[in-house]
Design a protein around this ligand. Structure first.
Ligand SMILES: [Fe+2]
Length: 235
C-alpha cells in the first residue's frame, strides 16, 4: 500500500519529534503493509516546511531507513493549507512547497479548520489548468463539507480528488467524520485513503481503513483505488 499523507519527517512540524520516532513510524507502516510513504509536512502559517527543508529531511530519513534496513520508499510532498488565495499563489510562484511524488502532478491541499475558503474553486481551476490535480485532505473531518452536502461534490465535478483518512473510517475522529467518510466511499467520492499519521500513537495504519473501504465498495473498487493511488507516483 501507499500512504500519500504522513507527517513522518522528524522535527519539522507537529509530526515525528525526532529521527527515532520517524523510524518507529516507518516500522509500524511496514508491519501494516505500507511500502511507499509520501512525506507531507505541513505548509501553513504555523508550520512552513519548505520544499528545500522537506528534501533535506527526506534524504536524512531515507539514509537512516536504509541503515536500519526498513524497506519503505519515501517520496517528496507537502500538505498545503489554503490560508488564502494570496498565500497559495505567492508560495506557488516561489516554489516554496512541494507537489506529491516526483511526477509532481498532484498537490495535497487542506482547507482551514475554521471555515471554507470561497476562493477554492478558482485555486482549483488554476492548478488544473497547470496540469496539477488537487487532492483535498480529509474533507470528512471538516464541518462545512458535512453541513453543505453540495460543496464537495461540486469540487469533485470540477476535477479534484479527495483523501479520506483511515482514522476517520474507524471512528477515531468521532461519529460525524466516520459517517461522512463512509458516505463518501458509498458515493464513489473517496479517491484515495491515507493515514495522516503524526507519531507512534496517531500511527500510520492504513489497512483498517482499506478494509472498511472494501467492505463498503467491494474488492473491485478497492483494486481501482490502489491503481489510482499508484498513478500519483507514476503519473
Ligand atoms: Fe496532515
Amino acid at each position: 500500500m501507499i500512504d500519500i499523507h504522513c507527517h513522518i519527517l522528524p522535527g519539522v512540524d507537529d509530526g515525528a519529534k525526532d529521527l527515532a520516532e520517524a523510524v518507529a513510524m516507518a516500522r509500524i507502516a511496514y508491519e501494516d503493509g505500507i511500502r511507499d510513504i509520501v512525506v507531507t509536512p505541513h505548509f501553513n502559517s504555523v508550520y512552513m516546511t519548505t520544499a528545500d527543508t522537506m528534501r533535506r529531511k527526506l534524504d536524512e530519513l531515507r539514509t537512516e531507513l536504509d541503515r536500519q534496513r526498513v524497506a519503505i520508499r519515501l517520496h517528496p510532498g507537502n500538505e498545503l493549507r489554503i490560508e488564502s488565495k494570496a498565500f497559495v499563489e505567492r508560495h506557488a510562484a516561489r516554489g516554496s512547497f512541494a507537489y506529491l511524488g516526483t511526477p509532481a502532478k498532484f498537490l495535497l491541499m487542506e482547507e482551514r479548520w475554521t471555515d471554507y475558503d470561497p476562493d477554492t474553486p478558482e485555486i482549483v481551476a488554476r492548478l488544473l489548468d497547470a496540469g496539477v490535480t488537487p487532492v483535498i485532505a480529509h474533507p470528512e473531518r471538516h464541518f462545512f463539507f458535512r453541513e453543505n452536502p453540495e460543496l464537495l461534490p461540486t469540487l469533485i465535478e470540477q476535477g479534484i480528488w479527495t483523501q479520506v483518512s483511515a482514522d476517520s473510517l474507524v471512528g477515531n475522529f468521532g461519529a460525524e467524520a466516520r459517517e461522512y467518510g463512509r458516505k463518501l466511499i458509498l458515493d464513489g467520492h473517496a479517491h484515495t485513503l491515507a493515514t495522516d499519521a503524526h507519531n507512534v500513537t496517531r500511527r500510520p495504519n492504513l489497512s483498517a481503513g482499506m478494509a472498511v473501504f472494501e467492505e463498503l465498495a467491494g474488492a473491485g473498487a478497492r483494486a481501482e483505488l490502489e491503481v489510482r493511488m499508484r498513478s500519483i507516483l507514476e503519473a
